[in-house]
Design a protein around this ligand. Structure first.
Ligand SMILES: NC(=O)c1ccc[n+]([C@@H]2O[C@H](COP(=O)([O-])OP(=O)(O)OC[C@H]3O[C@@H](n4cnc5c(N)ncnc54)[C@H](O)[C@@H]3O)[C@@H](O)[C@H]2O)c1
Length: 452
């Protein structure tokens, strides 16, 4: 316990020789792009927790613990008491949307939270009104925005977002930005993304390779503001913005909240691989009836999501190392827009596996989940951890925060490095990063010392 005392939540943590973490003093501004189902569920949830009306279930930063030292040491503090994170009471929200609805109206439209809860929070939620958005229907075919910025070109629009950030900065001490906006059409990295110079030129010439999400990200990183991406959009997964992130000490991470089906996949697949059970097919389908489902009904937006959802299995199974078990997996992912279910998605998985001597077996998963209830704590944790990264000397300038892969369907890594999708490796990576920046021993789970 002695060691813990020096890690008070707000204290400046002087830890290992090259690591220093600035304290989380003052207000943290969270700027949310897209005040739809996920964003309003996060904002209303934070306010409900602040008022003691509910618990922040699903949030590692709020409820998670971290083991320090040996199992016999009995040191497992709350993560928020171990690393200096912003307190929920110090968070201030702002955001943009293509519709004028305030957060109360938008939350009521999303129908995730009960009326009674929303009524209780109404006076607060009504005060959060979206700023006009950067939007172009070319990139999200199913939406018709009405609350939009106008500009000479994309550079001018980025300048307007930067002005919004600067104005918000006057009322808070630090800012992070998170994309909770819609899934854009599938974009592949191209010449305009290759360098910051090319990207800035492309902003000026309105290059079609630059989507609205990239205009927001460019604005954030230019202002030194960390950026998280809840959607599968290409956004910061390009050399130009990785470079900007490093130059300006504005951390970034991967994309697409890992909530329902992919969360399950990255739990089950590592189990099959650990036991060397083969897999011949994995069929995943979903029904979903919220606005996200409507956007994903457009084939171009679905393609972006499909790529993100398909990525995990191959990296977990490593078929090149285990051709007898995983070489010929048939992997299919479908999403069907089905309005009666609203935000309450149902995801089915049929998994065809095989065991000893090749005998086949089947596993069925039917996950009746609530999309935004699963996504809200992830969005909150990403904001709090990116703010921590920004205040941590050793993390601030490295750009991609691979340790946040835990939360994302498409983790981001340095070019050439394969991503870790296994949820338990990701969890260990996250917690070991926290131990490392706080100067604690890493946990290897070897455990021989108990038997000396
Ligand atoms: N809920 C989940 O479980 C989950 C999981 C992974 C990823 N996601 C992704 O998170 C995002 C948000 O999901 P949601 O359920 O809240 O969707 P939603 O449709 O309810 O909300 C998206 C909001 O973004 C706004 N928007 C779209 N383009 C914008 C722009 N350019 N600028 C500002 N606002 C813009 C829309 O008007 C809408 O209010 C989606 O991309 C979704 O694919 C959600």
């Amino acid at each position: 316990m002695q060691n813990l005392k020096k890690h008070g939540p707000k204290a400046e943590a002087a830890t290992s020789a090259n690591t220093k973490i600035e304290p989380a003093t003052g207000k943290l501004g969270i700027m949310v792009v897209g005040l739809g189902a996920v964003a309003t569920t996060m904002i209303a949830g934070v306010e409900a927790v602040r008022r003691g009306l509910a618990k922040p279930i699903g949030s590692l930063t709020q409820m998670g613990t971290i083991r320090l030292g040996k199992r016999t040491d009995n040191r497992s503090p709350l993560i928020k008491d171990f690393v200096p994170l912003a307190d929920l009471n110090d968070i201030v929200f702002a955001g943009w949307d293509i519709f004028e609805d305030n957060v109360y109206e938008s939350a009521a439209h999303a129908k995730v939270l009960e009326k009674k809860t929303l009524e209780e929070l109404k006076p607060y939620l009504e005060t959060i009104k979206p700023l006009p958005a950067v939007f172009d229907q070319h990139y999200v075919k199913r939406l018709h925005g009405t609350h939009l910025k106008k500009g000479r070109n994309k550079l001018d629009l980025a300048g307007q977002v930067r002005a919004d950030i600067r104005a918000f900065k006057k009322s808070v001490d630090r800012v992070v930005m998170i994309w909770c906006g819609s899934t854009e059409i599938f974009l592949e990295p191209s010449a305009v993304h290759r360098s910051l110079e090319a990207f800035e030129k492309g902003l000026e010439t309105n290059d079609a390779g630059i989507a609205p999400s990239q205009i927001y990200a460019y604005a954030a990183l230019s202002e030194g503001v960390p950026f998280a991406n809840g959607a599968p959009n290409l956004t910061v997964d390009i050399p130009a913005l990785i470079d900007l992130s490093k130059r300006n000490g504005a951390p970034i991470c991967g994309k697409d909240f890992k909530t329902g089906q992919t969360f399950m996949k990255t739990v089950l697949a590592p189990a099959f691989k650990a036991r060397l059970l083969g897999v011949s097919g994995w069929y995943s389908t979903n029904i979903l009836g919220n606005r996200d489902g409507e956007v994903l009904d457009d084939p171009e937006s679905f393609k972006t999501k499909e790529e993100s959802k398909l990525g995990s299995l191959e990296h977990i199974f490593q078929p090149e190392l285990h051709p007898d078990l995983y070489k010929d997996i048939y992997h299919k992912v479908r999403i069907n827009y089905y309005p009666p279910r609203g935000d309450n998605k149902e995801g089915w998985d049929n998994i065809d596996i095989f065991g000893w001597l090749g005998y086949p077996m089947q596993i069925k998963v039917d996950f009746l989940c609530r999309d935004s209830i699963l996504a809200a704590p992830i969005a909150l944790d990403l904001c709090l951890f990116l703010d921590l990264a920004k205040r941590t000397a050793e993390l601030r300038n490295i750009g991609i925060q691979e340790w946040l892969s835990f939360y994302l369907k498409s983790p981001q890594t340095v070019p050439g490095l394969y991503p870790e999708h296994d949820l338990f490796i990701q969890s260990m990576k996250l917690k070991n990063t926290l131990r490392h920046i706080m100067g604690e021993d890493l946990i290897t789970h070897l455990g021989l010392e108990y038997y000396d």
